[in-house]
Design a protein around this ligand. Structure first.
Ligand code: ZN
Length: 120
């Protein structure tokens, strides 16, 4: 009887750990989709910004307010992207650079993109 309890326990533990791994994978891919969407949104905003500047220069009118507004929105998108990248890094057991939000190995001492020191 005791033997079957142990087997049942071990099966349960394995199932739980597989379940958790699957959850992490699902979360990571959801986050990647999210990051991709935000990246395309940022691209669209840049394009719109270019169009605004072009139209303004061509028509010789002032569009500083609209430009400021667009830049503010792009900054918000970059903040969201950096938040998502650190979540992905945490799920992958990696670390996200606080300066440029590049994803580095946990053991990395310096960021592979910007060179910032990551550990003490
Ligand atoms: Zn960096």
């Amino acid at each position: 009887m005791e033997y079957f309890d142990k087997v049942a326990d071990s099966v349960r533990t394995t199932a739980e750990s597989i379940g958790k791994k699957t959850m992490d994978a699902v979360d990571a891919s959801k986050l990647k989709v999210n990051a991709y969407e935000i990246n395309s949104e940022i691209k669209k905003r840049y394009e719109a910004l270019g169009r605004i500047v072009y139209d303004a220069k061509r028509g010789d009118f002032n569009c500083d307010v609209v430009i400021e507004e667009n830049i503010r929105e792009i900054n918000i998108l970059y903040d969201k992207l950096s938040e998502i990248n650190s979540k992905i890094a945490r799920l992958k057991n990696k670390t996200c650079c606080p300066k440029c939000s590049a994803i580095n190995d946990n053991e990395a001492i310096y960021c592979s993109r910007c060179g910032r020191r990551l550990s003490d």
